[in-house]
Structure formats: structure tokens, C-alpha cells
Design a protein around this ligand. Sequence first.
Ligand code: 13P
Ligand code: SF4
Length: 305
Amino acid sequence: MNNKLIEKIEQLKQDHNAVILAHNYQPAEIQELADFTGDSLGLSIKAAETDAKVIVFCGVQFMAETAAILSPEKTVLLPDKLAGCPLADMITADQLRELKQKHPDALVVCYVNSSAQVKAESDYCCTSANAVEIVNSLPQDGPVIFVPDQHLGQFVIEGTARDLILWPGYCHVHVVITEEDINSAKAKYPDAIVMAHPECTGPVKALSDHLFSTGQMLRYAAKSEAKHFIIATEIGIIHALKKQNPKAEFIPAAERAICPNMKRITLEKVLWSLQDLQYKVTVPQDVRIKAKKAIDMMVEVLPEK
Ligand code: 13P
Ligand code: SF4
């Protein structure tokens, strides 16, 4: 059944000169189907570089929007139009404008998990992979607003020793991972290395050995000799970690850390997406030009690790 679907998808991909990009949280069969998998930064770079005419983005709205901002001449498709990111929706452009009015001298850094309109109101965009590097590159003396994720913001405060003005946004998938989850996994696997995403809460991060984007987790595990890893992020990454490193064991800190929006993408929806060229993600030109300025910086600044 899946083989037939995959054959049809492959044919349509050729017909349309399409490329399939998938985030590391996608269902395993979508990761397997994709031409490229990665974290938000890696996929943004791929979206900017590809020669394909059509990008099928297996991820959530803000990721497809970022591709559309970087490559306006390409057709960018999101196979499920309801695949959003609740964290990105926690701040609107109006709310950001109000915050900027309260801090008129501040530079604004937005996490890539934000709408195109919020990016257009920002000076710099970042991902979890390069947030510290981006903030470190700013002039040392002025105030900095960081939106919308408070936990990533706190991680940046600690990584840069700068006092940021934070927005109280959070990811509902990462904040359900608790200290108890980490402690009980550590009790079972005392030799394990704990890798957590910076969107996790402070107590979880304090119990972790490394705070990484999903791409950084994969790169670290590929080089490590360790046999056990406790993974505090969305469980879709476990597929990629195991595939890359079959001898090691990857233990999800919490099986319930599932992003329902990421899991909206299915093989059938990818097929329909290519058949009907749906759902096209576009960004109005005035918003796109402003947002692109903030994103260009993000794509250029690679993380140190
Ligand atoms: P990464 O950029 O680390 O892949 O994270 C994206 C995301 O949505 C985290 O919840
Ligand atoms: Fe958004 Fe969280 Fe899902 Fe990432 S895991 S896409 S931040 S809701």
C-alpha cells in the first residue's frame, strides 16, 4: 500500500521538479520519503539553496512560510493547511508593535517559530541552533527584545550573560516534559547522556548534559561513543537518531512529547499535495521583504557546535 503511494509521489515529484523537505519531528515514513530532513535552520538553508521549482514542506506553517520568504519564485506547499505551531501563534504583529513602543531603543530578535508578520517587525530571526550566536553578534550596550519562546529566551540569557526582554510564549509539547521524567529515566540509565531542547523548562534543562536543536542532537550523537541517550524533545527525532546510530539506545524522556501539528502530515496528504499543488503558502510582498531581512541573518550565522 505504502509502496504504491510512494511510487506515485516519486513520479509526481519528477513531473513537477519538486523536492520534499521534512522536519526531524515528522512521522518516520515522511522522514524516509523526504529528500532532506533537518532542523529549522538546516531546512531553511536547504529551501534557500534548492533548484527545485516546487518545495513540499513536511513540517508546520512557519517553516513553509520561511521557505516562501526565501524563495518567492518557487511554489511552496504545506500538505496540511492546519499544520500550525501554537508557540508561533502566541505573539501577533500588533502585540510585538506594542512591546516595541514600550522599549523604543530595543533591537528585536524573533525565534523562527513565529509568523511572517512578526518576522517583518523584527530585526533578526534565529533558530534554537544559532540564537546565542545571533544575540552575541548584537551591539553590547542596548536592550534586546526576544520573542516568543520564554524558555529559549532564558537559554539565550544564560548563554550570552545578557538581560533580554522576554515574551511569555512556550511550546506545549516541550513544557510537558518534567524533572520527574528526567530523573526516572536517569535512574534506569545512569550512564546516559541527557540531551534537551532549549524549549524545555528550566528544571529539565538544569538536569541535562546538553541543550541542543534537533540537528545538533543528531550531530552530537553521531560523534559520541555513548551507548545510552535520554532525549528531551518531541519523539519524532528518535527515528532519525536510531537510524543514524543503530548501536546506541535513545530513550525518550517522555513518550507523551508529541507535536500533533507535526503529525498531521501523512503520505496520502503529500500525494494530494503534489497532485493538486495544494496548499500553497505565500507571503504578501511588503511583509516578505521586511521578514527576509531578519531571516537572511539567521541563515548566515551558523552555530558554533
Ligand atoms: P529545531 O529547530 O531544533 O528543529 O526545533 C524546531 C521546533 O519546532 C522545536 O519545537
Ligand atoms: Fe511548535 Fe512545539 Fe510543535 Fe515545535 S514542537 S512545531 S514549537 S508546537
